[in-house]
Design a protein around this ligand. Sequence first.
Ligand code: NIG
Ligand code: FE
Length: 402
Amino acid sequence: AGKATSTAITNIGSLVTNDPSLFAIGSGGSRDPLGLIPGAAAVVIDGDRIAWVGASSKAPATDNRVDAGGRALLPGFVDSHSHLLFAGERGAEFAARMSGRPYTAGGIRTTVAATRAATDAELAATLTRFLAEALRQGTTTQETKSGYGLTVHDEARALQIAARHTDEVTYLGAHVVAPEFADDPAGYVDLVTGPMLDACAPHARWVDVFCERGAFDGDQARAVLTAGMSRGLIPRVHANQLGPGPGVQLAVELGAASADHCTHLADADVDALASAADTTVATLLPGAEFSTRARYPDARRLLDAGATVALSTDCNPGSSFTTSMPFCVAVAVRDMGMTPDEAVLAATHGGARALRRSDIGRITPGARADLLLLDAPSHVHLAYRPGVPLAAAVWKDGVLRT
Ligand code: NIG
Ligand code: FE
């Protein structure tokens, strides 16, 4: 174990820092939220951290040098919402939906049966395969949830497996009522807030609940979240995905880190998210509307009101089977009223906010060296060139991974 190696990435054509205070380095001098440095920038990595950001001509001496060749560099994507602990797939259900069948929360039980039948090794292999797939597309931080076990044993083992691969682990025992409790939902909430929480809390940072018709109502969701909070877990909520409901208000009231989906919002929900902009992020998951052929959430309305917006994949085998943050960025720009700058900010800094992390989602001295180099001259190409694999290189914790 010698001294950490340092690397300078020079000749960056367009650098998204998400640090407006770095504006002085840029030629424009405007305090844009993206903290864009439009030409000839350099970033120095020392060990697992960013050590320096500045003009390429002034880059300090380092052990290694990477010439970006005028291409764009941005923070790695922060995917703050996914469900990667599962077995099986539901392609037939997707195909049926595309011929007109509606999406319901009921499909979750199909995946629960497959997940319970899988071995630990199978679940771990699936998780690592999707983490690698996401990393290749530029995702350097991946939150993921339980929720396809729905027994004390199956929820706890999912979280234990997840915790070996990511720091951002979420307990979602309250995904749907377990099939064994179909006639006793109150009994299932007692399990989720009692013995299941005891087994799961040590392995998770977050507690989540699917607050929706067909899953858990407002009172049940409140019971799940407050029980988790009493054990030190921080709340986040699946809210207002399939229809209007109490999820967003509950998230704001409890100071949740994020309200996720936010597809069906009343004016009062938008107002609540705007006034909680420093606490509760509105996390939009366009893959879900894409794959359920539903109307997209209105990001423009949230942004104009002053809410903090994140974009994430929601990767799961039912409603959104994609690990691709570039896909989410492209859809958000095309169909949700976001500018390319806003969508890239939401997919990086927004995700970091939703995970209450200040060490990721920005390229600034002291931040983790989680970086995405694009095969493109600017971040705009993520939306402008949809479906094209633009990730040329990805660093996570200062290590070149792909
Ligand atoms: O976030 N909304 C709840 N859970 C997932 C869907 C899970 C499934 O259909 O398997 C979601 O969309
Ligand atoms: Fe989800």
